[in-house]
Design a protein. Structure first.
Length: 236
């Protein structure tokens, strides 16, 4: 009789344990904050000098929609991600301003041809200066379809996706917080433009895409809003 109860308790515990493991496995890619993926790639430290001055970058910057097929390097991607939302001083402050330092933006990398970065969808972790793979595979075609078939998206060796979680800012500033978030994405994108130009890399701010298709493609949570795509590739 006792043996039977021991067996029942054992199987109940096993079910609970297995349930927990499966639950964590399936929810992993859905998480919006504190994302942790299959594969984590530490990025090289950002370099704080440049071949051109900030004035030259401002004078020469333009939107570029055609790229060389040469792969980007991990150093270049590291530099561009840091320019977008990297940490630049103690206290967790970043390279782009943020209303109340609340940091509503998330930066993702779609890797198509980057040395040492297998094709896939990655989340940028500013605190660790690392990327974490959330999805594997080639998303070029589907992403360009979501972006009204813009060829810059299809042909770029890499694409940044910047999303926002409005709630982080509206919780403090109310409805006006949405405007703040839109201003912030402009700052982050301009940082990428200027950094890209200094590395002989071209980019273009893409705002024309179907939000729902991008959200579905990358399994984004409902409260996360895609705001901008930045294809990136070496200048021809
Ligand atoms: C909010 C916003 C959305 C944009 N969306 C697109 C887009 O979907 N596709 C595109 O090719 N360019 C897009 N652009 C880039 C503009 O077309 C470009 O900045 C403008 O033509 C000025 O050229 P310049 O950036 O070379 O100075 C966008 C720019 C901004 C600021």
């Amino acid at each position: 009789m006792i043996k039977k109860w021991v067996l029942i308790i054992f199987f109940c515990l096993l079910f609970v344990l297995l349930g927990g493991v499966l639950f964590n496995y399936f929810r992993r890619d859905k998480a919006t904050t504190g994302k942790s993926g299959d594969q984590r790639i530490s990025l090289p430290k950002p370099v704080l000098s440049s071949r051109i001055s900030i004035e030259q970058a401002l004078a020469q910057r333009r939107s570029i929609r055609e790229y060389s097929s040469e792969p980007l390097t991990l150093e270049e991607i590291s530099q561009l991600l840091w320019a977008a939302q990297g940490i630049n001083r103690p206290g967790g402050y970043r390279t782009a301003p943020s209303a109340g330092a609340l940091y509503p933006l998330e930066v993702y990398l779609v890797s198509n041809q980057i040395d040492q970065v297998p094709a896939g969808f990655y989340h940028y972790n500013p605190e660790g200066h690392a990327i974490e793979q959330l999805l594997r595979g080639d998303f070029r075609y589907e992403l360009s379809q979501a972006g009204l078939n813009q060829q810059a998206i299809q042909n770029a060796p890499a694409v940044f996706l910047i999303t926002a979680i409005y709630e982080r800012t509206t919780a403090k500033y109310g409805p006006r917080g949405r405007q703040y978030v839109h201003m912030e994405v402009g700052s982050a994108a301009q940082n990428v433009y200027l950094q890209a130009y200094s590395l002989d890399i071209g980019t273009v701010f893409i705002g024309a895409f179907h939000d729902d298709q991008v959200k579905r493609l990358f399994n984004l949570a409902s409260e996360e809003q895609p705001l901008c795509l930045l294809p990136l590739g070496k200048l021809n």
